[in-house]
Design a protein around this ligand. Structure first.
Ligand SMILES: NC(=O)c1ccc[n+]([C@@H]2O[C@H](COP(=O)([O-])OP(=O)(O)OC[C@H]3O[C@@H](n4cnc5c(N)ncnc54)[C@H](OP(=O)(O)O)[C@@H]3O)[C@@H](O)[C@H]2O)c1
Length: 496
């Protein structure tokens, strides 16, 4: 997908671009919101510096007109380099993927470092997108942490603009995919008491407009604003509207039981979003998240779109395979699931390799194996992959339901069912790293080797076992490899 072909969200924004402002840094650019914001800023002529924690060549292709800088907000020396010469910084850093136990501490440390280095480097402004929530009520850990981040920035010397939003609706957003999959997959809609909590969802396009709008309006400096869409709805209302749109006429069954943990677990089984993320987000459903003041309208005047329209736009982007960024885009580098095959101290103990020769050309073979997974399936023995995914989901793993960001294109770090793309070399190699629950670490490689007139298509499974369960797992699955991979190779050739 061409990143700049993404329809501009800001074309009807009433403010005027102001590229003279100097360098604009976007932190958290690798994910959902940051990934959508960067092309908008570049499109409006800004000098954009993108801050990422690890460098991938693919980022050059994604942001050819931006400068990419590698920095971890937990490392002061890296932050100093990243913020040097910056005029305005977007603070979109969040560590939710670290899970409940760790994210709060990590978020506080990251924002504290950011605030002090921003002061030291004399930044003119920080713009932060946080969460809506009434501080006088008992907030979930997630909402409280987002609000604490805002407080730390507000106490700093660099003037900060804070935008506070409830759930964001757009293709690729975790909240949207949770809602969509509940509506599509639940046989009936169980309505616990908290389903009547009020929320003011906002579309991704309106969030981006506000983020760009405050940059272009200096009067918003040093102020905090609530932002929201045009509808205040209960979660029950949202499901009703979505169900009507998808023509899923299923019964709504009230339930007196409100235990969030159980609901989070069940929801994680029927949605692509992992249980840890579902439960962090769902803890917030007991808190009303509604716009309390409308000050932003005085500065950035436009009518946010309605919930139903936001759903239609997100569904249409999904249908047209145009999801630019997705919640699943990458694990933090320090995450144990981010360890790469080439980075292992000891090579994997077990390797099984299968191949066949074919007259098909390398480009066609490469395209063929780059289509696997997601809605396309695994071409052969699909039920086996699905069963493996279901078992993984039951054990709180990611399963296969995450699918793919795009049915036709792949890029490094993309999720592919329970795998993640680790390496992609055009017309040569695709290396996938396993993210399902396993007694060890696993990789799956597809590669093509030229042998004169023919090409050898190879699939290789690597496994690094952990203890006895790892050994038993490998030997248990080894006989299946033969059937699965031999058939898969034949299918890949046939389809190329
Ligand atoms: N998504 C929503 O529905 C929603 C709703 C309301 C408000 N918001 C707010 O919008 C902001 C962005 O949300 P999002 O969903 O786009 O992001 P996200 O998925 O939470 O990703 C956060 C980003 O922070 C980066 N990050 C984490 N720790 C870091 C560190 N120590 N140093 C440098 N970078 C670090 C991550 O980089 P890596 O890729 O390297 O991990 C990632 O790019 C957050 O503040 C969130 O609270 C989001």
């Amino acid at each position: 997908m061409d990143w700049y072909s993404q329809e501009s969200f800001c074309k009807d924004l009433p403010s005027v671009p102001n590229p003279e402002i100097g360098i604009v840094l976007v932190s958290g650019a690798t994910r959902y919101i940051g990934g959508r914001l960067v092309p908008e800023l570049i499109g409006r002529g800004y000098n954009v510096r993108v801050m990422v924690r690890s460098y991938f060549l693919e980022y050059e292709e994604r942001w050819p007109d931006a400068k990419i800088i590698v920095a971890d907000a937990l490392k002061v020396s890296e932050l100093k380099k990243a913020l040097k010469g910056v005029s305005v910084a977007y603070y979109l850093i969040h560590s939710l993927l670290l899970g409940k136990k760790e994210f709060e501490q990590s978020d506080l440390q990251a924002v504290t470092n950011f605030r002090y280095i921003a002061e030291e480097q004399n930044l003119k402004r920080i713009i932060y997108l946080g969460a809506l929530g009434n501080v006088e009520t008992r907030l979930s850990d997630h909402l409280r942490s987002r609000i604490n981040v805002a407080k730390i920035l507000e106490q700093g010397k660099v003037p900060t603009t804070i935008l506070q939003a409830a759930i964001i609706i757009g293709s690729g957003s975790a909240s949207f995919e949770i809602l969509e999959n509940i509506v599509r997959n639940a046989p009936l809609y169980i309505i616990p008491p908290w389903a009547n909590t009020l929320c003011q969802p906002i579309s991704i396009r309106d969030v981006i407009k506000y983020l760009v709008g405050v940059l272009e309006n200096s009067e918003t400096t040093g102020k905090a604003f609530d932002i929201g869409g045009s509808d205040v709805l209960s979660y029950k209302d949202m499901i009703k509207i979505f169900a009507r749109l998808l023509r899923k006429y299923r019964p709504f069954i009230p339930s007196p039981f409100s235990g969030i943990n159980l609901y989070s677990y069940i929801i994680s089984l029927i949605t692509p979003v992992p249980a840890q993320v579902v439960s962090c987000l769902m803890e917030g459903v007991k808190n009303d998240v509604v716009v309390k003041e409308f000050e932003i309208k005085k500065h950035i005047e436009f009518q946010p779109i309605r919930f139903k329209v936001a759903l239609l736009r997100a569904l249409s982007r999904e249908e047209h395979d145009k999801i630019a960024t997705r919640w699943s885009d990458a694990y933090p580098p320090a995450h144990e699931l981010a360890i790469k095959l080439a980075e292992l101290n000891d090579p994997p103990k077990f390797i099984s390799s299968y191949s066949l020769t074919t007259g098909k050309d390398a480009g066609a073979l490469f395209r063929s194996y780059c289509q696997i997974g997601g809605k396309n399936g695994w071409f052969q023995n699909n039920w086996m992959w699905r069963l493996r995914g279901m078992i993984d989901r039951i054990f709180m793993g990611v399963g296969t339901s995450r699918g793919r960001r795009s049915a036709t294109s792949l890029r490094v770090n993309d999720v592919l069912d329970f795998w993640r793309v680790e390496e992609l070399i055009q017309d040569q190699k695709l290396l996938l790293r396993a993210e399902m629950r396993l007694p060890g670490k696993a990789w799956l490689e597809f590669n093509i080797e030229n042998e004169g007139q023919e090409n050898r298509l190879r699939v290789i499974a690597y496994f690094k076992p952990e203890g006895l369960p790892g050994f038993l797992y490998w030997y248990n699955f080894l006989p299946f490899h033969y059937f699965i991979f031999k058939n898969l190779l034949k299918q890949l050739c046939k389809r190329s």
